[in-house]
Design a protein around this ligand. Sequence first.
Ligand SMILES: [Zn+2]
Length: 131
Amino acid sequence: MHEFLLAERELRRRFAELEKEMWARFAAPDLHPVDLEKIQKMYDEYTMVETFNDAGDKATVITTTVRPSQHLTRARYTLERIDGKLRIKRLEWKCQVCEANGNITLSDGKVRECMVCHGVGWFVAPPPKKE
Ligand SMILES: [Zn+2]
């Protein structure tokens, strides 16, 4: 199991590297929608085997892990021409609460501004925190 976790960690590391390369290729230099090094650090620090319950032919393992989002969502890209090439300048995620409508219809039929996205319908991916 420990080997699996090491292999999984290596997979995440490689994935993070490839993702970083991809963003460098298509996005404006100052856009980093995900701090991949921070995510990798999170995997390294938090991924661990908590319990290993060996019962002969079977075993139950409980681990702490970092799970990538399993929900399908929509991303909205804003492109900008930089040095003659269209590059991703902004990345937003759809508000799951109002389905990007910006408002919600209540059970009494009244329409209210979405309290989660404040009527925008989309969230800007947060910039990486400088440490
Ligand atoms: Zn919303």
